[in-house]
Design a protein around this ligand. Structure first.
Ligand SMILES: Nc1nc2c(ncn2[C@@H]2O[C@H](COP(=O)(O)OP(=O)(O)O)[C@@H](O)[C@H]2O)c(=O)[nH]1
Ligand SMILES: [Mg+2]
Length: 359
């Protein structure tokens, strides 16, 4: 892996050049606006060789602690890069497993295996990824595992599950309408219901009218403190004020197809100084294409776990599971309705199978 940079007059042109040269899987690490244009930094496999459009390899060590430098540039710390490389490693391991399975004659599935493939495909799970699951399923059944246990175990080889308890400071990122604010309210309300101290809530979304009021209403109901982190400095101050809270949950403005919203959010989150765990929140009703489109931004923000909402609404819950298998993001919670806090279930193999097979 080496760090490469692309320079272009606009972010979208730089990203287009990057994609053309390195493909969709290039890991974008940062975007920086300079007087001469936008510089996009990406991690690339050395084996990708020379690309005419790539400017010289960045030799500066990636920067310090996720703080803005004197030029206003937001630089990334090594912990973030490590998280992203770990994600990439997990993703490659999964893909290796898929290729191994395909090499091993996925076409020769027995009736049980074929049935599993059809059931998975019917609920939106990618056919190519369903084959390796069916192969492991057949092996497990041959090893005398009951069908349900075999399906659970084979799915878990491809879709990872994260422990439900998040880090002390957790920021929720994802597309607009994905369910970030509702999920934060659910998590906060669960903590209160369990007798824990209410978590401190911080809103970084000041662009959308009502964003602060929305979380503020939940904060009042739950007796939680609410802070506004409109920029990096305000977020730093808010976190300092919440230092004694056992849990701090941070809501953010929604990401869009435009990389600018992501870069703006990165600038704000730099105020947290790399102390936060990043959780992606996406909807099971979203298309695979839209999930794939937002993935580089989630990776760029350092997402290390995921909550998938709207399992109750999506006709094809397998789509979100396919995306989880592709990205290697571990699933922590499933959102299964609008009710706060009841419609939130800790992720497990059983729950994944239940929602997939119910569709
Ligand atoms: N059916 C269903 N609706 C949900 C779920 N989670 C959130 N929503 C709804 O989705 C809409 C957008 O949620 P919101 O939390 O505002 O999304 P945000 O823009 O990411 O903060 C709201 O109407 C929520 O009630 C879920 O798991 N199931
Ligand atoms: Mg919101």
């Amino acid at each position: 892996m080496r760090i490469r940079q692309f320079t272009a007059p606009t972010t979208s042109e730089a990203l287009r050049a990057l994609r053309e040269a390195l493909g969709e899987d290039a890991l974008v690490l940062s975007t920086r606006h300079e007087p001469g244009g936008v510089i996009v930094t990406a991690a690339v496999d050395v084996a990708d060789g020379d690309h005419a459009r790539i400017s010289p390899v960045a030799t500066d060590p990636p920067p310090s602690r996720g703080e803005p430098d004197d030029t206003g540039d937001v630089r990334f710390d090594l912990a973030l890069i490590r998280t992203q490389l770990e994600q990439l490693g997990r993703r490659m391991q999964r893909m290796d497993r898929v290729f191994l399975e395909l090499d091993g004659g996925a076409g020769e599935l027995g009736p049980d295996g074929r049935d599993i493939v059809e059931r998975l495909v019917a609920c939106g799970y990618g056919r190519q990824l369903a084959h390796p699951v069916a192969r492991s399923f057949e092996r497990a059944v041959a090893g005398a595992l009951p069908h349900e246990d075999a399906l659970r175990a084979s799915l878990l080889e491809h879709v990872a599950v994260a422990p439900p308890d998040g880090p002390q400071v957790e920021v929720f990122v994802g597309p607009t309408g994905g369910g970030k604010t509702t999920t934060i309210a659910k998590l906060a309300a669960r903590l209160v219901r369990e007798g824990a101290q209410p978590p401190a809530l911080i809103v970084c979304d000041t662009q959308r009218i009502g964003a602060v009021d929305e979380l503020g209403a939940y904060a009042r109901l739950l007796g939680a403190t609410l802070h506004v982190g409109a920029d990096a400095g305000a977020l730093r101050a808010a976190l300092a004020a919440c230092a004694s809270s056992a849990r701090v949950l941070i809501d953010t403005a929604g990401l869009s197809g435009d990389a600018g919203a992501c870069a703006e959010l990165q600038t704000v989150l730099a105020g947290a100084g790399g102390q936060v765990g990043v959780t992606a929140v996406v909807s099971a009703a979203a298309s695979l294409r839209s999930l794939q489109r937002v993935w580089p931004q989630l990776a760029q923000l350092g997402a290390s776990r995921c909550i998938v909402t709207r399992f109750d609404e999506g006709d094809e819950p397998g789509v979100a599971c396919t995306w989880l298998a592709e990205t290697g993001l571990p699933l922590a919670w499933l959102g299964t309705g609008r009710r706060v806090p009841d419609d939130l279930i800790a992720a497990s193999g059983d729950q994944i199978v239940r929602w997939l097979m119910a569709a």
